[in-house]
Write a protein that binds this ligand. Structure first.
Ligand code: ATP
Ligand code: MG
Length: 430
């Protein structure tokens, strides 16, 4: 139960509940309900009672602060039918917290030392408001501070150790992250692996250019069944699996660039530097990331990258020809073996029937002494908002880089076949 008017108003997303759900899942608790309620004592009390009436475990976050609008402790005491009593050790701790910072404790902070009688106090190392836990009927109730950093500390250090042993054995599962494959092409290729009766169960979620596939096992199926399906899955989809641990394509690509020592330069138009941002988020990337330019105007494409103005006039700035020239230009000026360009129509304006919003062209240039070679790729992500088009264009760019870095068995660039022709469309799937 997340508490706070600002959560209801949409001013802040509820970050605590998803964090709590993940931590509980890891120790085998299944979350059945997430609720949000405003800062009103009656609402909090009735919601706590309702949740406690039909669940074994209830976690509440928010409203433990020192101010009068922080009502959770009163509401929980009321739900439990207990008076609030001052906890002397906590008073000392809060006073100490302020003393450590050279400040005097404001009187209002004393409210944070009030707990329902008999509650166990949960230490909060990251702030002044401790959490607490008590039983309400047969339900274990945990109450945690609202600020996500403090909540997480109390959750991991105080709550998880107390509930770990009562959770079920977590369902064994595997995750795969794929790129270069649409959700529907995936579903066709997965066939009855995705059926409702299938065991292990297979679920897929798509976010931009990345598919996340889960395999989950329900008892009494054995872990062998999971391993067997996972092996078959790798066999069938290995061409598109970029990770079994993270959905972060930027990180995977950055690490591949580092592992293969491939220096890269970027020329971005419609993504405005988002590809560079994704790659430079990877620690140590300066060894291989040479530079990225945002050449937004035609003039910049001409002056920075040497794109021929005649080509822009003839083909338009969003075209295979300009993408190719941008890729070549950035690899040459930076004097690196790999150049990637992105040019597209992010919208909302600027689209035409032939070149709609969501059309993106990529250029990849593999530079060498003999002049190198350039390939271009088209992607379409129609009928979406500007932010989504840019995000998709970024992810798809990283997907192309990942593919090119798969080129040779050693994981370096295979100049003879820089990109498997199979990438678009996937072989045997369309
Ligand atoms: P404080 O001592 O800071 O008042 P608190 O326990 O009373 O802590 P709140 O007053 O509910 O907590 O919230 C404090 C801050 O934490 C606010 O900025 C609030 O937006 C944020 N916060 C509270 N609950 C959540 C939540 N579920 N998700 C994200 N942020 C939250
Ligand atoms: Mg508060």
């Amino acid at each position: 139960l997340a508490i706070g008017d600002e959560l209801l108003a949409g001013a802040h997303p509820d970050l605590n509940s998803p964090r709590i759900s993940r931590a509980l899942a890891e120790v085998g608790w299944r979350v059945y309900r997430v609720a949000v309620v405003g800062d009103r004592v009656d609402d909090i009390t009735s919601r706590v009672l309702e949740l406690c009436s039909d669940h074994d475990l209830v976690l509440v976050s928010g409203g433990l602060g020192p101010t009068l609008d922080d009502l959770t402790r009163e509401a929980v005491a009321r739900a439990a039918g207990l008076p609030l009593v001052e906890h002397a050790d906590t008073v000392d701790q809060i006073r100490g917290w302020f003393e450590d910072r050279g400040r005097e404790m404001p009187a209002s902070n004393l409210r944070q030392a009030l707990f329902p009688e008999g509650a166990e106090v949960l230490a909060n190392k990251r702030g002044t408001a401790p959490g607490f836990t008590l039983a309400v009927g047969g339900t274990r109730l945990f109450v945690l501070p609202g600020p996500p950093r403090e909540m997480e500390g109390v959750l991991l250090e105080e709550v998880v150790p107390r509930v770990r042993d009562d959770g079920a054995t977590p369902s064994p599962r595997r995750r795969f992250f794929l790129t270069g494959l649409s959700e529907s092409a995936f579903a066709d290729a997965a066939g009855d692996w995705m059926g409702r009766e299938a065991m292990p169960r297979m679920g897929v979620t798509a976010k931009m250019a990345v598919l996340c596939v889960h395999l989950t096992l329900d008892p009494p199926a054995t872990e062998d069944a999971l391993e067997e399906r996972a092996a078959a899955f790798r066999e069938r989809f290995g061409h598109w699996i970029f990770s079994e641990s993270t959905p972060d394509l930027g990180q995977v690509v950055g690490e591949l660039l580092l592992a293969t020592g491939t220096e890269i330069a970027l020329a971005e138009s419609c993504t405005g530097g988002l590809v560079a941002a994704a790659l430079t988020a990877v620690p140590g990337i300066s060894r291989v990331f040479r530079e990225g330019v945002v050449t937004y105007s035609d003039a910049a494409k001409i002056s920075r990258l040497g794109v021929d103005p005649e080509v822009i006039d003839r083909c338009g700035a969003v075209s295979a020809e300009v993408a190719a020239a941008m890729a070549k230009g950035c690899a040459r000026t930076a004097d690196v073996p790999l150049g990637l360009s992105v040019t597209g129509i992010a919208g909302p304006g600027g689209g035409t029937p032939e070149k709609p919003v969501g059309l993106i062209w990529y250029g990849l240039h593999l530079w060498d002494q003999t002049g190198g070679q350039t390939r271009t790729f088209e992607r379409r992500f129609p009928a979406r908002g500007r932010a989504q088009v840019r995000e998709f264009a970024t992810q798809a760019a990283l997907g192309l880089l990942w593919r090119v870095l798969q080129g040779s068995p050693e994981g370096g660039i295979d100049r003879a076949d820089p990109i498997s022709p199979a990438i678009d469309p996937p072989p045997g799937l369309r």
